[in-house]
Structure formats: C-alpha cells, structure tokens
Design a binder for this molecule. Structure first.
Ligand code: HMG
Ligand code: MG
Length: 303
C-alpha cells in the first residue's frame, strides 16, 4: 500500500459546518474559529459562502466574517460563489479561492441551487472566467457523487459527466463529495475513478460526510488511490440544508489522527485543533463530533 507522504486538509467547518446550525452563530465566533484553525496549522480554510441570505441565512454575515479575519500569510481562504452575483459580492473580501458548486444529481441541483445541471454550468462559466482572469483559484464542488437524498444511488457515469463539464469551463480542481455520507470505499473509488478521467490526481479532493460512519474508511480508500487532498470539518460540524438527515463532514481531528498514525505529514498541531473543536462545540452547547478529539480530551482530563 503506497500512501501519499503529505496530505492537505481544507477545514470546511466555518462554512459547511456553520451553514447548517439552527441557532445563530455570531460573526465574532466564526472569526475566532477561523483564527483557532489557522493557529492549529490549517493552511486552507473554507470560511463562508456568498449565497442568497433567503436560502441560507446562516451565511448572511459573509463579508463581515471575511473582513474580521486577521489573515496569516500562506493560508488560503476560500468562499463559495454559486453565480456572478455571489462572485462579485465576494470580491471586496479578496478570497484566495472561490468554489462553484454543482451536483451529479439533477434533483439535488434543483433543490440546492434552483437550476438544472446544464444551467448551473452556464452560470458557473462566467464566474470561472472572471475569477481566473483575476488570478483567483477555482475549485468545483461536485455534490452527490455516490448518492442523492432525492434520486438514491448515483452512477459513476453521472460523476464523469459533471467532471467533464467542470473541466470544460476551466474549473481547476474538483472535490468529489459524498453529500449524504452513504458511500462505502468501492463506491467512492468508482466516483474518484470517474473524476480521474478529466482531472489529474493532484487536482482532486475528497469531501466525505460521515452520516453512516464510513468517512474515515472512504478517506483511506482515497489515499490508496493517491488522493492527497481532503475537505474535513473541525468537530465534525456540517451538513447541507438541502440534504436533510445528512450529518457533518468527517471530523478534521479524526482525519489528522488517522494520517499521523500512518506517518503522513499534515503540518497540523492536533492538540490545538482539538482546542478549536472544543471552542466551537462549547459555543454550540454540544459534544464534539470528533471521536479522536473526545478521547484525547478525556485523556487530558485524566492526567
Ligand atoms: P434563485 O432564487 O434561483 O436566484 O437562487 P435568482 O438569480 O433568481 O435571484 C433571486 C433572488 O436571490 C434575488 O433577490 C437575487 O438578488 C438573490 P430578490 O430580488 O428576490 O431580493 N440572489 C443572491 N443574493 C445573494 N447572493 C447571491 C445571490 N444570487 C441571487 N449569490 C441561488 C439561486 C444559487 C442564489 C440560491 O439557490 C442559493 O443561494 N443557493 C445556495 C444553497 C447553498 O448554499 N447550499 C449549501 C452549500 S452547497 C453544500 O453544502 C454542498 C458541499 O458541501 C459539497 C457536498 O457536501 O455535497 C459544497
Ligand atoms: Mg458538504
């Protein structure tokens, strides 16, 4: 088993995690979370999204959060932009990377961004062009690459099609997302193989929600294929308002524990990451979704 020597993690907690919280999370808490993540050594943080506040009110403070971050050199701050309006609104915040987000499932595309897959690509096209003209890196998130809350199982051919369309409009990197966490290793590998028909291994990441407890297994299955970039979420926060029942992303702490155990470098200080997870879990008033974080906190308390 030849695994990558180094792995890059994008912590999507401030965005994917906090977009799904019922209770309001003040901008100051989001900013503090981002500060704690960068303090822990995260070099890639997905901060917020420039989407309609009617659709996702939790992200309405996008500009305030971006403006409040004390940026560290070498850290890439990403934001989601579903259309030109969102992209233009994001520009004052100077994102290092923008994320257009499509789906391999027609029904999910309609529910999440109110248009068909084909129309979404036409919406993304000018966003990608404008971002690249400004030197802003463009990532594409591909939702429902193994299963959809409305359509059930998704065939790899659908993923191949979406990857081809994303490539065709100049998206530089794609994230293969298991939005509802139903995937198991072989299914995830098939979705990755379909994506590899259009994107290089260095331009693909995994984004696994952990609803069925498969996300770490899916991460390992991806590592075995040479995938070395993953979206993870501190304290296992996350979910999508348009994918009911889906739980959070795989916890960053658990993935770091796995990777360090495999001798794979991440540049992340696990103790500080656990503190960041505890900070946001305390604010939300619930237990962290990270098993490794909880175990290590229990060890600390016992000392
Ligand atoms: P729409 O209603 O079709 O848009 O929404 P529209 O162009 O017809 O405009 C309607 C209204 O929305 C207008 O306002 C626009 O100004 C406004 P009004 O005149 O009615 O007052 N509007 C906007 N406002 C702010 N920012 C914008 C924007 N665009 C239009 N960018 C739209 C289409 C895409 C905007 C909407 O469907 C939307 O915001 N969807 C976002 C859904 C979302 O954020 N989902 C979660 C993120 S994706 C995810 O979590 C999955 C991921 O983690 C991977 C995985 O796990 O699968 C990435
Ligand atoms: Mg997600």
């Amino acid at each position: 088993m030849k695994l990558p020597a180094h792995v890059k993690l994008v912590d999507v907690g401030p965005r994917d995690g906090l977009q799904n919280e019922k209770q309001p999370v003040p901008a100051a808490i989001k900013i503090e979370l981002v500060h704690r993540l960068q303090e822990a050594g995260l070099k890639n943080i997905e901060v917020t999204s420039f989407v309609s506040p009617k659709w996702v009110p939790q992200m309405a403070d996008n500009a305030e959060v971006m403006a409040g971050i004390q940026r560290q050199p070498g850290v890439c701050y990403s934001v989601l932009t579903p259309n030109l309006q969102g992209f233009e609104a994001s520009l004052d915040s100077h994102p290092d990377e923008i994320v257009v987000f499509g789906a391999a499932s027609e029904a999910f595309s309609q529910r999440n961004i109110n248009c068909s897959i084909a129309d979404s690509i036409e919406r993304f096209r000018p966003v990608v062009e404008a971002a690249r003209a400004r030197g802003i890196h463009v990532r594409g998130a591909m939702s429902c690459t193994v299963g959809c809350p409305y359509e059930g199982e998704i065939a790899p051919e659908r993923v191949e099609m979406l990857a081809r369309l994303m490539k065709g409009i100049g998206v530089q990197h794609v994230g293969v997302a298991d939005t509802i966490g139903v995937g198991t290793p072989l299914k995830v590998q098939r979705a990755l193989e379909a994506t590899l028909r259009h994107f290089d291994i260095d331009d693909i990441s995994g984004h696994f929600h952990d609803t069925y407890g498969q996300a770490l297994a899916n991460t390992l299955a991806s590592l075995e294929m040479g995938v070395w970039q993953f979206d993870t979420s501190v304290a296992g926060l996350g979910g999508c308002p348009y994918a009911k029942g889906a739980t959070g992303n795989v916890a960053s702490e658990d993935v770091v524990y796995l990777l360090h155990g495999l001798g794979i470098a991440t540049g992340i200080d696990l103790d500080k990451l656990i503190d960041a997870g505890q900070f946001i879990s305390d604010f939300l008033g619930r237990k962290s979704g990270s098993r490794a974080g909880t175990a290590l906190l229990n060890m600390r308390a016992a000392l």
